[in-house]
Design a binder for this molecule. Structure first.
Ligand code: DQA
Length: 149
């Protein structure tokens, strides 16, 4: 059975394509999920994607990943900067966690410079736009020790 990779998308990411295209690009969230899914397939990983504008849904998704999903890739949107219950849920997950951002929050407004996800993430990919989704899957494969035949 394929190992599961949970891809989490936080608030407002459902508007990608439409939302501030100068910052986030014109690809939709579906486009990114398709790219991540295709990349994951190369490694025998199956992507499960959950997008929500509500922190509780993301917390529940992380709980559901415990003991089941091999890794988590999370773009928490603005919850990155203040979502402490998401932080705590991720802290209670024991697989690799890759924090992902389309933009580079450290180059933006000061309030985006703090991440409550980073302290519980294995690593961070930010600032590469949509390409970051493929990089995040590659990072997960590396962390899980999966090599392409
Ligand atoms: C984001 C960066 C966050 O600061 C912002 O609130 C988002 C998107 C990114 O992918 O660049 O919603 O996570």
């Amino acid at each position: 059975m394929a190992q599961v990779l949970l891809l989490l998308s936080g608030p407002n990411l459902n508007l990608l394509g439409d939302r501030e295209p100068d910052v986030y690009g014109t690809d939709t969230l579906d486009d990114h999920v398709v790219a991540a899914t295709a990349r994951a397939a190369r490694y025998g990983l199956e992507v499960e994607h959950v997008q929500s504008n509500a922190e509780a849904d993301l917390v529940d998704a992380v709980h559901g990943a415990r003991g089941r999903a091999a890794a988590i890739v999370v773009n928490a949107g603005a919850l990155t900067h203040y979502g402490w219950s998401l932080h705590d849920a991720l802290a209670a997950y024991d697989g690799p966690i890759v924090e992902l951002h389309l933009s580079n929050p450290d180059r933006r407004e000061p309030w985006r410079h703090t991440s409550v996800v980073s302290p519980v993430a294995t690593g961070l990919i930010s600032g590469f736009g949509g390409h970051g989704y493929r990089l995040a899957v590659d990072a997960v494969a590396e962390l899980l020790g999966i090599t392409v035949a």
